[in-house]
Design a protein around this ligand. Structure first.
Ligand SMILES: [Zn+2]
Length: 236
């Protein structure tokens, strides 16, 4: 095997791992962001439901106030019954009293319905909040494990980069530059094996027979004309 290939192969192995780690690393931020958004959406739902409960409470307070006012009006009117002078005034007052009593009874019904609704909704919201807390807990665990995985990968990349530096220092700078250009262009693969079948391992195209012959001789660097990879012969 050519000395150049012997030098580049271990480098290629490391670079390939670095490339695949980096491409995986790129997936982390959107994944984490999506999970954070999931948490925010759950929190918003809980907040909306708590707000709805608050609205019920306000409505309840308003109804109680209205009821109190009507009850005091009723008392006032009932007291006035003893003070009116004419029959006409008396029956007008009685009519007013009957109307108030009806309104009071309908208000009382409304309040009871609302209290019922509040009780149901409060227990539903309590359940929903508990479930939401659990869900959020799970999502936070997922985020933590993604972050840990990310840290591990970053540490591995650092480790590989150190090794790479060492290996790269032994390679002729011009060849290294050439190799790195192909590497960047081809997304992490610059060297491809070619077997007896004469197929390039980088692009899976067949090489002309005389190129395969030259490769088997192993006397100079040969590139694939299709994908640009540096080729080497590897018996399967
Ligand atoms: Zn090729």
């Amino acid at each position: 095997m050519l000395k150049e290939i012997e030098q580049l192969l271990p480098l290629q192995e490391i670079d390939q791992e670095i490339y695949s780690l980096r491409s995986r690393l790129n997936e982390f931020p959107p994944q984490i962001e999506a999970l954070v958004q999931e948490i925010e959406s759950i929190q918003r739902q809980v907040k909306d439901r708590l707000n709805a409960l608050e609205k019920n409470k306000i409505q309840h307070k308003e109804l109680e106030l209205e009821l109190g006012k009507k009850e005091s009006d009723l008392k006032k009117h009932q007291a006035q019954l003893f003070q009116v002078k004419t029959n006409k005034e008396y029956s007008a007052l009685q009519e007013e009293i009957a109307k108030l009593k009806e309104e009071i009874s309908s208000l009382e019904d409304k309040i009871l319905d609302l209290l019922d609704k509040m009780e149901t909704e409060e227990s539903e919201v309590k359940n929903f909040s508990l479930q939401s807390e659990k869900k959020i807990g799970h999502i936070k665990e997922k985020i933590d494990s993604l972050k840990q995985e990310k840290n591990r990968m970053e540490a591995r990349i650092e480790e590989l980069s150190e090794k790479r530096k060492e290996l790269a220092s032994a390679v002729d700078p011009k060849l290294l530059e050439h190799y790195e250009r192909i590497l960047e262009h081809r997304g992490g693969i610059a060297i491809s094996p070619v077997g007896k079948d004469g197929v390039c391992g980088g692009c899976y195209r067949s090489l002309p027979p005389q190129v395969l012959n030259e490769l088997m001789l192993g006397s100079k660097l040969i590139h694939c004309e299709t994908c640009g990879c540096i080729l080497y012969y590897r018996e399967e």
